[in-house]
Design a protein around this ligand. Structure first.
Ligand SMILES: Nc1ncnc2c1ncn2[C@@H]1O[C@H](COP(=O)(O)OP(=O)(O)OP(=O)(O)O)[C@@H](O)[C@H]1O
Ligand SMILES: [Mg+2]
Length: 159
């Protein structure tokens, strides 16, 4: 069994769309410590990308603000908080509905929260109108016991 790995990082950046890739790649690099599969990592990157894009496009609109990410590793689980101090969400239940968007003219499809929900294990949205929004999502990374055994076999055979 792998040792329990508990770790935490915090990232803050200006709400520029050029920072979306930076955020996604940075979180992925941090999560790599849990040895995720390519699929698990791709899921996490997509979810982070959706959450960060929401802060840039909806929370701050044309203004500039700070987007904050806190990522935690707890045993084999990753917990990611993405928050802003933007305009907030009036009706969270409605915002979570697939295809619901307040910006249909900007080629938004209204699928961001649905994607976060399906690619991660858990999604929680807290928001106060005028103060900001915090999205917390988590995902368990599968422990690769079979591979570990394979490696052990290989090393003993090679001796
Ligand atoms: N951080 C946020 N601050 C303020 N409003 C938000 C925030 N995130 C989401 N919303 C609101 O929730 C709605 C739904 O978000 P969701 O990400 O599901 O769809 P979308 O961003 O409109 O479209 P897509 O993500 O498919 O491009 C948004 O249209 C917006 O009104
Ligand atoms: Mg979105």
């Amino acid at each position: 069994m792998k040792e329990n790995l508990n770790n935490k990082m915090k990232l803050e950046f200006i709400s520029k769309s050029s920072n979306e890739a930076f955020a996604r790649v940075t979180v992925a690099a941090f999560v790599s410590q849990l040895d995720p599969t390519i699929e698990e990592l791709a899921d996490i990157k997509t979810a982070v990308s959706e959450a960060v894009t929401n802060c840039i496009i909806h929370a701050y609109d044309k203004r500039q603000g700070i987007v904050k990410i806190i990522a935690k590793l707890k045993d084999n689980e990753v917990i990611i908080e993405v928050s802003d101090n933007g305009k907030g969400i009036e009706n969270i239940d409605m915002a979570k509905e697939p295809l619901y968007t307040t910006k249909p003219n900007l080629e938004r499809s209204g699928m961001g929260f649905t994607i976060m929900e399906s690619f991660m294990d858990k999604l929680e949205i807290e928001s106060i109108v005028g103060l900001g929004t915090k999205v917390t999502m988590s995902k368990k990374i599968k422990v690769k016991q079979e591979n570990e055994n394979d490696e052990e076999l290989e090393t003993s055979e090679n001796k």
